[in-house]
Every structure is written in C-alpha cells, then in structure tokens.
Design a protein around this ligand. Structure first.
Ligand SMILES: *Cc1c(COP(=O)(O)O)cnc(C)c1O
Length: 391
C-alpha cells in the first residue's frame, strides 16, 4: 500500500489540516519579531504600550468605548460577570451548545448556569430565554436570574435586537460571548456593544489569535470598565494599595504586540474567510446528506468555523480522515450532559435542538490561507462519501 502511494503521488495528495497558522505567521513575522526584540530590550513584559495601543484599536474597530486586555477569553468572561456584581445565589442563562468556558464564568463567581436550547441557526433560542425570564420568581431583576450570555457561535451573531429588548424588559444584563466573532455584525453594527459587556478570546486558533493565551472585554459602561480594570490586577489602585480582592488577569506585552499587528490584517482575513465559505456553499450544494450552514439575513458572520450538519457524521469524518482531511467537532457534547454539570439535574432530551445538532455537526477546515482547490478537494471527498453511502 505504502509503495503504491509513494510511486503515485497523485493518489495521495497532501493532507489538509484543520488549522494552519504557519502561513499567517509568515505574513506578520518580521513586524512581530521587531516588536518582540523591543520588548526583550525594555524587559517590560506585562501590559505596556503594545497592549495600550491594541486596546485602543480593538475598541475603535468595534465602535465601543472601552477595551480591557486580559489573559484569556475565559478570564474575560469571569471578569465580566464579576464586574456586573453577579455571585452566589444568582443564576445566569447560558446556551447548552457552546464551549464550557461560557458556563464556567457563572460557576466561578458562585452563580449557577441555567441552560437553554439553541434555535435552528445554532444561536441561543430567544423565545426560550424570554420564557425563562418570565417564569423567574420576582421578575424585573428581582428574580434569581441576573444575566443572559449570548454566544455568537461559529462567528454568527445571536439575535441581538430581540435579546436586547427581552433582557431590558426583564431588567437583566446581557453579556456577549464574542470569543468566535471578532468584527462580526448584527444589522450592520459590530458585535461587542450590544450588551453590558462582551468577552473576546485571542486563543491562537481564533480569528484573531495571539502567540499564546489572551483575551479582552469590551464595554461602553465606564463604571463597569473601572471595576474590571481593578479586578484584572488584584484590586490595585496604586502600588500595594488594594481596594478590593481581584485576580491576576493581565495581558502580556508580547501578546499585545502580536494582536496590535494582526488586527491591521483582520478585516482582509475576515473577507477571505467569508469568500472561502461561499466556495464551500457552492461546492457542497445539492449533496443529499449535507446541510450547509445557514445565516440570518441580519447577521454578518465572520465564519470562525464552517460547520455543516451531516447524515452519518462519524462515518463521513472517518472517510475524510482517510483522505488526509482533518475536521473538528464543535461541540460533540452539550453542556447539560457534561459530567462537570451533572449536579444541575438536567437529563438527555431536555434540549432536543442542541442534542440533535451535537450528533450532526462537522467543522471543515477554514482559514484565510486555504486555497480554492483544497476546498474543492474537501467537497469532492464529501460528495464521494454520500455517493457510496446513499440512503
Ligand atoms: C475560545 C472560547 C472561549 C474561551 O476563550 P479562551 O481564550 O480559550 O479562554 C469562550 N467561549 C467561546 C465560545 C470560545 O470559543
């Protein structure tokens, strides 16, 4: 077998990785190396001018007043909930089909996540959110539910206009988990300023990725911003004067330098992601067994991930793996079925839309540097699978 492959290279085309950061690193490497050399010379490794500039630029890009650079997206969510004063005895509404960090933010401040299903677009089901808020004893912010976290899943914003209205009606905070949605838009307005506060992640694989861990929060609320800033650094107002108990959630200077540099390229990279998504849409059209991702007309997705719904998903995934095509699952287990949240008393069947999606979602490789011919190869392999496995 191996000999055949070696003798006939056309039969074993090069693998297509799920993510390839190398190509992007090459584009910015010189600029970043120069900045890192400066950081080494100054030995100012934490916060500093690069982080300041990145915060200013990132806030501007999203048309939001304040940005706070942090050590991860998880830290940003934690800081957001802390700054809103959410804690023990409170409840926070969280969609079940997200990365666990969204729910952990509620748990680490001592609150309890209240899970809710998603709709057919994969974002939080606003009708169900409204029902939860209406049923919350007390109502108008006097109940136990204090906040709703909307996740802009895969880069597609949740229904922000309705979520703003519903949360305002019931007097609870709206938080955006925008970890996957840098520069995404709802009704032509950038995410990040719809709720009280928004959390972003710059984990290397995100649309805007650091050279390590990093995150940020955006807010238009100056009081909230100041509270978050204190929390980022041990509640310190001046050296060794701590007015409140905080954390160490500072962003590193090197990450600030990388992000400040990459942010200039992000609009172009985002356009390329969207263009790649269109190539997939066309290439996968008409395959019986595959549903391509659908977007609301109000949503300007930035395609952090290109997620199809596939019949016999695991079979297709194995077939693609054999062809050297790497795929991902976002996410295979909804949060209410995670062992970590077994204590909350949810059961299989509680969130049918998310549970069904978990069995069918498949994330295909998507990054700005992916070529059209690579995408066509992925589509061809998928077409081939369903031709051999028709119902
Ligand atoms: C990546 C991610 C996070 C966490 O960000 P980190 O920087 O990895 O801590 C939170 N929520 C969602 C939806 C994410 O995709």
């Amino acid at each position: 077998m191996l000999r055949v492959a070696l003798d006939n290279p056309s039969r074993s085309p090069s693998p297509i990785p799920f993510l390839d950061l190398q190509a992007q690193n090459l584009q910015i490497r010189r600029e970043v190396e120069r900045k890192i050399a400066g950081i080494i010379s100054s030995s100012a490794f934490i916060l500093g001018e690069h982080v300041d500039r990145f915060e200013r630029d990132f806030a501007r890009t999203h048309d939001v007043a304040h940005c706070l650079g942090l050590s991860s997206g998880t830290a940003a969510l934690h800081t957001a909930l802390h700054a809103l004063g959410i804690g023990a005895g409170d409840r926070v509404v969280v969609p079940v089909n997200t990365f666990i960090a969204t729910a952990e933010a509620a748990s680490v401040v001592g609150a309890e996540p209240v899970f809710v299903d998603c709709d057919e677009y994969g974002t939080i089901d606003v009708g169900r959110v409204e029902a939860l808020l209406a049923g919350d004893a007390g109502g108008n912010g006097r109940g136990r539910i204090k906040a709703v976290i909307a996740v802009h899943l895969y880069g597609q914003p949740a229904r922000m206009s309705d979520l703003c209205a519903v949360t305002a009606n019931h007097g609870v905070h709206l938080i955006e988990d925008a970890a996957q949605a840098h520069l995404a838009e709802w009704e032509r307005r950038k995410v990040g300023g719809f709720g009280a506060v928004a959390a972003f992640s710059f984990y290397p694989g995100k649309n805007l990725g650091a050279f390590g861990e990093a995150g940020a929060l955006l807010t238009n609320d100056t009081v909230l911003y100041e509270r978050a800033r204190l929390f980022r650094q041990h509640g310190e107002v001046e050296r060794y004067r701590h007015v409140t108990v905080g954390h160490n959630y500072r962003m590193e200077a090197i990450q600030g330098a990388v992000l400040e540099t990459k942010l200039q390229y992000l609009p172009e990279w985002t356009k390329q992601r969207c263009a790649r998504a269109r190539v997939y849409d066309d290439g996968l059209a008409g395959i019986d067994g595959v549903e391509t991702p659908s977007c609301r007309s109000e949503a300007g997705s930035v395609y952090h991930l290109y997620v199809i719904r596939a019949r016999d998903r695991d079979g297709l995934r194995r077939h693609l793996a054999k062809q050297g095509i790497e795929t991902g699952l976002h996410y295979p287990v909804p949060l209410h079925l995670q062992p970590a949240y077994a204590g909350l008393g949810y059961a299989r069947g509680d969130f049918p839309v998310a549970e069904r999606a978990a069995q069918r979602v498949l994330s295909l490789p998507l990054y700005p540097e992916l070529s059209d011919s690579q995408i066509e190869r992925v589509c061809e392999s998928i077409r081939e699978y369903y031709a051999e496995h028709s119902t």
